[in-house]
Design a protein around this ligand. Sequence first.
Ligand code: DOR
Length: 434
Amino acid sequence: MSESTTVIKGGTVVDQNGSRRADVVVSDEGTIVAVGEGLDGDRTLDATDCVVSPGFVDLHVHLRQPGKEEAETIETGARGAALGGFTSVIAMPNTTPAMDCASVVREVIDLAADTICDVRPSAAITVGRDGESLSPMAELVKLGVRLFTDDGTGVQDDRLMRTALEYAGSLAHLSGGQPIVLAQHCEVNALSEGTFMHEGEWSSRLGIPGQPAESEELMVMRDIALARLTGTRVHFQHMSTAGSVAMIRAAKDAGLPVTAEAATHHFCLTDACCADYDPLYKVHPPLRTDADVAAVKEGLADGTIDAIATDHAPHTPQDKERTFADAPPGMLGLETAFAIANTHLEMPIEDLLAAMSWRPAAIAGIQDQHGGPVVVGGAANLAVVDPNTTWTVSGAAMASRSTNTPYEGVTVRGRARHTILRGEAVVIDGEAQR
Ligand code: DOR
């Protein structure tokens, strides 16, 4: 059968080469075959008033499979991701059992074989994410894992983290030269155990035990030192405090191999949201202060923070509708990420898309397939977003199996309209096609 084509017509292409009016033709064999004015294809997707961007890449999602399929599956999570404009997401390893060995990682790869978003597994740094012994990283790199993290918890032991970095630094020969990334959930347990929100004015008022910003910052400080010592890159996950942003800025100025992400909720919500003891606002790291939100935004604006991530963390109502202390931490993010970023960040759209697409793609080492420029021969993984449309968030209307969005009923601006994965229009006019 001959290839068939789809033209994305009437939009503005924005990628790392800048911004221009152009139609884009993709082939169902997965590549971009023409970019220019007045193009046609076998099918047409209208992109009037829209931005055509390389597909979004999320370095941080929890898809709950295996083990907690009642909250999310790889299939439903991938559908939510595609609806959010993502063409690739990295699944975190805090599943049950943890993604710490070949069999579980293979299971995730198999479950993601035909999803409408490219789901890539991360894997745990330590066996069982228990911080005691290293996972079989070489074997997992051979399976395609490029990012290791114990997310949900940080590696507490300094020596083990040093060893993990040294080991990761020696594995690039198994990954075709792509760097292996050690990503850290920065949280010093000694300062956070028994706490449920940020320590500050609001935790005092509410009588909820709080964790200080220093719980995150001490581990950021240590891992910057270990990146210097080992020369291996550390990626800092969901940075939430002004102190963390300042340290990462200084580390980058010093030329150290560090990258960082911020989760959407950490630049639009604060600890004041916890005022009604609603566990929807319980998340790790916790929502911080106005000053921290301002610092995270500043870090995104000046590039200190490379990427916007969601930390999409579905939880069933049964789990989430408990007391603030008992409820699990986490909130949905995939279907609202672009809207939240577009509504709350005063960044030029080019910079916003860089943080949602090509920079995270480069961190994950998947820039040959995702986040590349919109040029002939490039991979046809694209997001067509309308930055000006407004809509009201509803958890029940989401593809996710869970509904724990902190933005329920909130009107936001900007939405993914079409998503193209390997040349296939998997989302058209906000509807998943399969
Ligand atoms: O809020 C969070 N939820 N933070 C984490 O680190 C883990 C995540 C989850 O898995 O629910």
